[in-house]
Write a protein that binds this ligand. Structure first.
Ligand SMILES: Cc1cc2nc3c(=O)[nH]c(=O)nc-3n(C[C@H](O)[C@H](O)[C@H](O)COP(=O)(O)OP(=O)(O)OC[C@H]3O[C@@H](n4cnc5c(N)ncnc54)[C@H](O)[C@@H]3O)c2cc1C
Length: 216
């Protein structure tokens, strides 16, 4: 079992009034793109899971956090300053790409909100990956680092703004099926994952081609 390690905060970057990126010292912490860590404030008594947002080869660990109003941990994470310390345990999860990537494999990544974190890590780690990222957000500022993906590979679905495709990720994939041969990786809230799973099965996608990670 890996030991609990302490990491200094390097930077905190806000994307929206409620979501931010926490950058921590890497300190040689090992993980595979798609995996998550267990994080808390030393002595705070509350730990939560966060999927790593940065790539395997970066010399820092980025975490994308949505501050939950009245939440036990996220308001405390939001108040952290550079130099403060967090405690990290892990990595966990089997939500990873096949290793090696099968030749000719095409991936469809589907996320809502901060559920984009594992996919950002995967494409930063493997820039030559053949993928389409379908990202469900309320409005444009929740597309976070959209510029990190080639425009033709990033498809935001807006539920509150006419800034591109208007609707949910399930609406997009119902109207634009991506084929039964693709590998589907789905991350976010449970309701979206359940709906999408049913849709993909109805579109003929085998259960062995649908990987899911539930955030809440
Ligand atoms: C495997 C895994 C990976 C995760 N990775 C991330 C991540 O990369 N980034 C991240 O922000 N969260 C992530 N989460 C959620 C995270 O672990 C916490 O649940 C979240 O930060 C809330 O913590 P809290 O103590 O402030 O809220 P709590 O006091 O625990 O309140 C929890 C409530 O907040 C709501 N909630 C939880 N997460 C979110 C969210 N992201 N957006 C909107 N509402 C939410 C839910 O309704 C839940 O009932 C992950 C969860 C799991 C299981």
């Amino acid at each position: 079992m890996n030991p609990r390690t302490q990491h200094r905060i390097l930077d905190l970057h806000w994307y929206t009034p409620a979501s931010f990126r926490l950058r921590l010292e890497r300190k040689g912490f090992p993980f595979k793109a798609g995996q998550n860590i267990n994080m808390g404030i030393p002595g705070g008594g509350i730990n939560r899971e966060y999927t790593v947002y940065s790539g395997e080869h970066d010399d820092f660990i980025d975490i994308l956090v949505r501050q939950v109003q009245g939440g036990s941990l996220t308001p405390r994470l939001a108040a952290l300053k550079p130099g403060d310390i967090v405690e990290v345990h892990g990595p966990y999860s089997r939500f990873m790409l096949p290793d090696p990537i099968p030749s000719g494999a095409r991936f469809v990544f589907v996320a809502t909100g901060t559920g984009v974190a594992p996919f950002h890590s995967m494409v930063k780690t493997l820039p030559k990956l053949d993928y389409l990222l379908v990202h469900g957000v309320r409005q444009k500022d929740e597309t976070y680092d959209a510029g990190d993906y080639p425009a033709e590979r990033y498809l935001p679905c807006f539920t509150r703004e006419d800034a591109g495709f208007r609707g949910r990720v399930t609406d997009y994939l119902r109207a634009h099926p991506q084929g039964a041969d693709a590998w589907y990786y789905v991350c976010g809230n449970r309701a979206m994952i359940n709906d999408l799973y049913d849709l993909l099965r109805a579109q003929g996608v085998g259960g062995d081609h649908i990987m899911t990670e539930v955030f809440f």
